[in-house]
Design a protein around this ligand. Sequence first.
Ligand code: SF4
Ligand code: MG
Length: 312
Amino acid sequence: TAPLLSVDDLVVQYHRSGGPPTRAVAGVSLQVRAGEVVGLVGESGCGKSTLARAVCGLTAPAEGRITYDGTPVRPLRVRRRELALTGIQMVFQDPYGSLNPRRRVGSQIADGIRTAAGRGESAAELTTPEDLLTRVGLPASAAERYPQEFSGGQRQRIAIARALAARPRLLVGDEPISALDASAQLQVATLMRSLAVESGAGLLFISHDLSVVRLIADRIAVMYLGRIVETGPTAEVWADPRHPYTRALLAAVPKPDGAGVLPAELPGDVPDPADPPSGCRFHPRCPQAFDGCDREEPQLIAGGVACRLYAA
Ligand code: SF4
Ligand code: MG
């Protein structure tokens, strides 16, 4: 079956005065199937959020195609309602900014239910704010309260309930757990996974935290400086990471005994995407760089890795 979401050779660029355009997303292909959870990981500044915004129609691509449910995604005005009508819902990092502090939680969730009704969902499929709050692990009485009466983790549950109210077919979470306490992160991530999977929706879950993504994603895509450098089934990537960048990310995941291992082998910061390194974009930080890596840009090969170590 055709994927629910297909991103093909996507380029998204920003224009800054006086300089050449910055290619924040520099040729990315990615698919999400209905009922599938795809984890997109990478350091901040690698283009993950830009990709998410383009998928949702909030940013116009410079090149490439985005197809959702068999139809090209057309850039929208930034209006939640218009986006919701497409059947795509986004959950953002900041549950404070995305909820209206002056409206009761229940009435904000009811907006989503009305959107689903407006899309022609049958009344039998529709639900109540109280039911949705219960499904995200909050008491039904939360509907009568205001967002600021809740903790960060609870607010993110409210934001998820509101997203689900519109009965999305594709849920996009852009760092939805990174503003939460460590104790709430895995709970909220797991909740998003189970709610998406049980409703048959696709979930594109964006995070810099590989330790959480590996627990909820069916497939992982690792992004570095506007490109996907490795992709594959989560268990395979976790057991046998091949790209040196993926290996470095994995080495940075804290071990179960609590000893966090820092990526000592990964020096420096993510370079400026306005001026990416020549050749392999990772070469200035790569512990395995060899002759030619600063000149030849590796492509993602069929095995799911973009690194000259694996070139045919
Ligand atoms: Fe490292 Fe070269 Fe592979 Fe790039 S292509 S990740 S620099 S070994
Ligand atoms: Mg971001």
